[in-house]
Write a protein that binds this ligand. Structure first.
Ligand SMILES: Cc1ncc(COP(=O)(O)O)c(C=O)c1O
Length: 388
């Protein structure tokens, strides 16, 4: 075992009084925050050094994609996923959520429908309405070992009047599903048949748990050899993998330059430029971040195993194993609690509430924290569901 001194995940800075959304949710209460998807770990030293170098420059004027931004992402996608992207097709955006919101306005009209698999990361459900578009939910099927696509339900939704876009969350938050190539191709077929554009949110694609141990690998939707894939938009960011969400830097990979020219104006003047520190961190992450990322994935695999052991021992709880992410999607419907979220909070644990993801009776647990804290969180989970 590495010593605490060279283990970047053993101890974490206190995030109180830093404006942390995660830690400010339960002020003055002994509740372990395990909800919003950021990690308690500091970013790797190479990224901090790159940010400091940019600060040392001292001038922070209006900034667009600096040299190396597009190229470092293209190199990262080629190295990690075998996907060769022309850097000219990459455009920066301050967030993946911003990117989704832009596609709603760019590629769908008023009252058109945007399809998505549920349960899902809440903005997939709320953003269409904010843009005067409709959200069409296609529920995934819960099986013992995986969450599967309900092809009949997808076909029916895709055939609905005004269906224009499919927002794919791949890997999938909250279930941790890494969609297989066969499924992606079948989805591409369906999209092509019904004239849907696929927007693939691949923000979790660098946190694949078992790819070095014979498990599924991530296949970018747009890398498939299919016309619907060649027309797709992909959204990525370094923020989940290297814990940079507060720096607001993501990227869209567009099918062609014409869309790029319309992309910025689709923000309606509301979308700011990416800030120079976000760019510096992103370039460093994609260029130098892989050794740290691999160590993180090892830790997350261990944490998922701890969660599974704990969940299996609590009557009424179950969890389909995740293939990606640092999230566990726990089915509490058999535990005899009307409000699992409230039960957890009363026991000192603050997960995300499944209702926000379109699936009441579930909770989502963020396990990207020091192991000791996770062990305490799991003790509180046991307490929350202990027999009354
Ligand atoms: C699937 C997914 N997309 C997007 C985001 C947020 O991305 P951003 O902070 O770049 O808007 C998250 C954050 O948890 C997420 O899980």
């Amino acid at each position: 075992m590495p010593s605490a001194a060279d283990d970047p995940f053993a101890a974490c800075p206190d995030r109180h009084r830093t404006g942390s959304e995660k830690w400010d949710r339960y002020p003055d209460r002994d509740v372990i925050p395990a909800w919003v998807a950021d990690m308690d770990f500091p970013a790797p030293a190479e990224l901090l050094a790159a940010i400091c170098d940019r600060v040392d420059h001292g001038v922070f004027g209006y900034t667009h994609e600096p040299p190396g931004f597009r190229e470092s992402l293209a190199a990262h996608l080629a190295h990690r996923h075998g996907w060769h992207v022309d850097p000219a097709r990459i455009i920066a955006t301050p967030g993946v959520v911003t990117g989704l919101a832009i596609t709603a306005r760019l590629l769908a009209g008023r009252d058109d429908a945007i399809l998505t698999f549920t349960p899902v990361y809440p903005p997939f459900l709320t953003l269409p309405g904010l843009a005067d578009r409709r959200c069409l939910r296609v529920p995934l099927l819960q099986e013992a070992r995986r969450w599967a696509i309900d092809w009949d339900a997808l076909e029916a939704a895709a055939a609905a009047d005004g269906a224009r876009l499919f927002w794919l969350c791949h890997p999938h938050n909250p279930t941790g599903t890494v969609f297989a190539t066969d499924d992606l191709l079948r989805l591409a077929e369906c999209a092509a048949r019904h004239g849907l554009t696929v927007v693939s949110d691949e923000i979790w694609s660098d946190l694949i748990l078992d790819e070095d141990h014979g498990g599924p690998r991530h296949v970018p939707f747009a890398s498939l050899d299919h016309p619907a894939a060649r027309a797709a938009i992909t959204l990525v960011a370094p923020s989940k993998t290297w814990n940079l969400a507060g720096l607001g830097c993501a990227a869209a990979i567009l099918p062609d330059g014409a869309l790029g020219r319309r992309w910025r104006s689709a923000g309606g003047g509301l979308v700011p430029m990416v800030n120079p520190l976000g760019y510096a961190a992103a370039i460093a992450a994609w260029t130098h971040g892989d050794p740290w990322r691999r160590r993180l994935v090892d830790l997350l695999r261990h944490h998922h195993a701890l969660v599974h052991g704990a969940v299996a021992a609590i009557p009424g709880l179950s969890c389909v194993p995740a293939a990606a992410t640092y999230l566990a999607w726990i089915d509490c419907r058999g535990a005899g609690r009307d409000d699992p979220q409230a039960a957890c909070e009363a026991a000192g644990l603050g997960p995300s509430d499944g209702r926000e993801f379109g699936m009441p009776g579930f909770i989502r647990l963020n396990l990207a924290c020091p192991t000791e804290r996770l062990v305490e969180a799991l003790a509180r989970l046991r307490r929350a569901f202990a027999a009354a």
